[in-house]
Structures are given as C-alpha cells and as structure tokens.
Design a protein around this ligand. Structure first.
Ligand code: SAM
Length: 285
C-alpha cells in the first residue's frame, strides 16, 4: 500500500469506505509527512521495540511504525475503522489491531495475552478529548513503557512540562514529572490534519524514569495532597489542604507543614515536586 500520509490518499480511502469522521471521538487524521516523521524520530523507536499505538485511525502513523518497530499493537475504539485498517495494513505481518476503548481495556492483560516481551513504547496521535486520562492511565497503572511520544493539544503539553510558580503548573505537571522527563519535539499547526482541529498541537516525548523522580512513603497520599493543593489554587496551602477531601484536622496540617519547613501561607502552585514529597512524608508520623 502507498503511503497514506497525504490529503489526497486520506480522502481517497475515506471516500472509498464511506467513512464519516466523528468529532466526539477526536478524529483528526494526520496528512503531513514531516510531522509524521517528527513523531517517529522523536520517539527513538527501534526494531527492538513493541509499539502500542492508541487510535490508529486509517493507519497513517501505524504504517510507518510497522516498518520501524519490531511489533505494533494498535488499539482503536471505532469499529468502522477496523475493515479500513485491514486493507491499509494488509501487507504488514507485525501488527495486532485491537477494537477496544483504551480507557476500558486492561493493558497488562492485553500485553500478556499477545505475549508482548521486551521494550515497549507508546506512540500516538491522541484523541484530544481524553489525552490526560490516557497518559495518566499508562503511568499510574505502571504499564511497562520506556517512553511515551504523543501528539496532543499544545496547552496540555505546556502543562505537562511546566515548572513550579508558572500559571501552567498544576497537578498534571507534578504527576507527569514525577514519572517522566518531558521533551518537546515540535509544535504542530492545525493545517496538518483532516479535518482541522480547533486547537494547536505539540508532539511531546515523555521519557519514563527508571524510578520516580522523588521518593515518598505513600504515593497515593502524595497525589491526594497535590490534588487538594491545586483544587483551591488561590488559597494558602494551609486553607487549601484544610478545606479539601483530605481527612486531617487543620492543626495537624499546620504541624505537617512545619515539619516539612513549608510556610503555610504559600500557595500550592509554588511548591516543587521535592517539596510536595517532603510534605507528604511529614503527614506520616
Ligand atoms: N493515528 C491517526 C492519525 O494520526 O491520523 C488518527 C488519530 S485521531 C487524532 C485519534 C484516533 O483515536 C481516532 O482514530 C479515534 O477513533 C481513536 N479513539 C478515540 N477515542 C478512543 C478510545 N477511547 N480508545 C481507542 N481509540 C480511540
């Protein structure tokens, strides 16, 4: 099959199969070869890797991933795309197409059932309506991926790599940077998709760290504190943590802040990941 990555070829396939784009499934197909290769090269994929691709669409990126990787497991929710993928990837013998909702599928079981071994990377042009849940699912469920290279909405990429004290810094920045080292690969204009999305995009590579960036005694407690701190961004840390779902008395929170040597009048958005970790440990006595 010829390369799919062009407006002409994409329209030809879509029209031939009478495919209707679904806005609610975030279907914006890539038509630009340079951007496609930015994703592939930015991921450092090699013949040693199995790639998990979320949302192959008509198989534009998948085609190239099949050439560059050992194996590709592509998870696509839209059943109307499955026969199209059967045609566009019919000449590939290293692809498994899984017709599932990525947020519902147990990725560990899937990888075990497919007997996937060795190095695994997640590479995708993600549906924007669920970018954060997908990335967080892979990180929190500790799917053994070495790297995550995804095209996502520019603002979400900015939040993933934001530093403490900036307006983009939030619970997502802390969560992503706890597990990963983010690298921006390239910015992407709207014109490289059919149909064009309303937002600008960025390709980001999240290099998954061998162990989390900071050590904490209770990871769940860390993230509860982070969510509480950012839930009420404009309040002081003491008030934000006191008026949240955290089940601690205000005095105990004040003492924990003291033990962690963090001024209770500071706002959550000024705390580095190290400070959040120190604070979480100070809750355990
Ligand atoms: N990879 C193709 C490309 O680059 O042209 C298509 C990318 S398009 C932005 C997102 C794809 O994700 C669509 O094919 C859509 O049907 C699929 N998708 C949306 N929600 C999904 C979900 N929950 N699980 C799996 N795939 C999903």
């Amino acid at each position: 099959m010829d390369k799919l990555v062009s407006a002409k070829k994409t329209k030809e396939i879509v029209n031939k199969h009478g495919f209707k784009f679904s806005k609610s499934l975030g279907q914006n197909f890539l038509i630009d070869e340079n951007i496609l290769y930015s994703i592939v090269h930015g991921s450092n994929v090699t013949k040693e890797d199995t790639v998990i691709e979320v949302g192959p669409g008509i198989g534009t990126l998948t085609q190239v991933l099949c050439e560059e990787a050992k194996r590709v497991v592509a998870i696509e929710i839209d059943k109307t795309l499955i026969p199209i993928l059967g045609e566009t990837l019919g000449d590939k013998d290293n692809i498994d197409i899984v017709n599932e909702d990525v947020l519902k599928v147990d990725v560990h079981t899937l990888l075990r059932d497919l007997k996937v071994e060795g190095s695994i990377k997640l590479i995708a042009n993600l549906p924007y309506y669920i970018t954060t849940p997908i990335v967080m699912k892979f990180l929190e469920e500790k799917v053994p991926v070495k790297g995550i290279t995804v095209m996502i909405q520019k603002e979400v990429a900015d939040r993933m790599r934001a530093s403490a004290g900036t307006k983009e810094y939030g619970a997502l920045s802390v969560a992503v940077q706890y597990y990963c080292e983010p690298h921006i690969i390239t910015k992407v204009p709207r014109s490289v998709f059919i149909p064009q999305p309303k937002v600008e995009s960025t390709v980001i590579n999240l290099e998954v760290l061998e162990k989390p960036r900071v050590q904490v005694r209770d990871e769940k407690l860390l993230f509860k504190i982070v969510r509480a701190a950012f839930g009420k961004r404009r309040k002081t840390l003491l008030n934000a943590l006191s008026n949240s779902g955290l089940n601690f008395e205000k005095d105990f929170i004040r003492e924990a802040l003291e033990r962690a040597e963090i001024d209770p009048k500071r706002r959550g958005e000024t705390l580095s990941i190290d400070e959040f970790a120190k604070l979480a440990d100070a809750f355990i006595i």
